[in-house]
Design a protein around this ligand. Sequence first.
Ligand code: THG
Length: 265
Amino acid sequence: MLIVGELINTSRKALKAAVEERHAEYIQDMACKQVEAGAHYVDVNCGTMIHNEAAIMSWLVENIRAAVTAPLCIDTPNPKAMEAGLALAQQGQPMVNSITAEKERFQIFLPLVLKYKAKVIALCMDDRGMPETAADRKDIVRRLVTDLTASGVPEDDIYLDPLVKPISTGDRAGLEVLETIYYIRNEFPGVHTICGLSNISYGLPHRKVLNQAFMIQTMTAGMDAYILDPLDKTMMGFVYASQALLGQDPFCGQYLAAYRQGLYG
Ligand code: THG
């Protein structure tokens, strides 16, 4: 299981304010807290800062890497911001978040993935836009896996993201993702699957419970990585419990170790 901490994202009001004030300690503290809570990667997203995204990405990455040794997940559709982040994120194997099957985006981001030997999140999206059904996603998944592996990206570095849409916008949003995970597990067992979990709950009250339920459902379907809020201790408890219950934690070792470290409960 790979956990990417989602909290350094300027779509979050408090984080945006800290970035605008260049409050480095706030950002560093947020990075440390997520890693201490069990995150393996720290996501870095300043996509709302459209006028100087690349410069802000550089500032964020420099400060975060001084605070934690965990590798970083550079989260932007902007090629300049992606390169700026990757150039500085030299600790462990960085993660590119994300490439898509959109022709131009694929051509621009692929060289960066190869240059930095990065893990890559491949979003199920192409020039036709956001997919609705699992059938739409399957076609895109096949193209992404074929094109990435043919270009020399190891299967183990590929994280397919089915693209989670809010359940408030359509009753089948969860089901279509589950069906996509089953498909990927069967057809491409060597690649990973990841999602932005908190997307599922946009627009509804008490979001945490929807995020937690969807984590368990998707993990049961075979998802093996998440972008989530690692400071939600109930969520982290469900992650360790699910791993053990799905036969992915020999002798409940991680469940026990996380309990002893106070990571849930
Ligand atoms: N796939 C991939 N990357 C992603 C996503 C994805 N990166 C961004 C996002 N989706 C995952 N990260 C977040 C971060 C925050 C929130 C949701 C997903 C969130 N923020 C509150 C909101 O916007 O309402 C902020 C509230 C506040 O102000 O604090 O929910 O799907 N590959």
